[in-house]
Design a protein around this ligand. Structure first.
Ligand code: AMP
Length: 139
């Protein structure tokens, strides 16, 4: 199994080297908008401590992360007035993982809606900023 690459995109976001539309941050986790949203409000939650995925993450870090996932999911569902949400998480390339820093996808869903497919183009930055502001206001 490969080791953690400190130059992955999410590590760069954590270090402030790349921008992100942040919705929540504390000592342990960061949540921000996915730039290729599968539904409006698609949010990613990551731990600040480095790990590739669920195969190498420290169990205590995972527990803290899951508490954060619940907190962020509640705000996302409230802000988007969603009827539910999908929680997705991929481990290693064979399973569809593209960014090798542990992350959970929170994908809000409305009744009758099916999230996806992945958009061809990055979402509009102003729209992402606006939805991030709605989510921040929902905590
Ligand atoms: P996966 O590793 O398969 O869970 O996919 C990584 C996710 O990160 C995809 O949904 C991408 O749209 C998303 N993504 C990639 N780069 C960025 C970025 N700079 N900011 C926010 N989301 C990103």
């Amino acid at each position: 199994m490969s080791t953690y690459d400190p130059d992955n995109i999410f590590a760069k976001i954590l270090r402030g080297e790349l921008p992100a539309h942040k919705v929540y941050e504390d000592d342990d986790i960061l949540a921000f908008m996915d730039i290729f949203p599968l539904s409006e409000g698609h949010t990613l939650v990551i731990p600040k401590k480095p790990s590739r995925n669920l195969l190498d993450i420290d169990p205590d870090v995972l527990c803290t992360l899951m508490r954060g996932v619940q907190k962020v999911a509640r705000a996302v569902v409230k802000a988007l007035n969603a009827d539910g949400f999908q929680l997705r998480q991929y481990n290693e390339a064979a399973a569809g993982q593209e960014v090798f820093h542990t992350h959970f996808h929170i994908i809000p869903v409305r009744e009758g809606q099916r999230p996806g497919p992945r958009p061809q183009e990055m979402a509009d930055q102003e729209q992402l900023a606006a939805v991030a502001a709605r989510i921040r206001a929902a905590f």
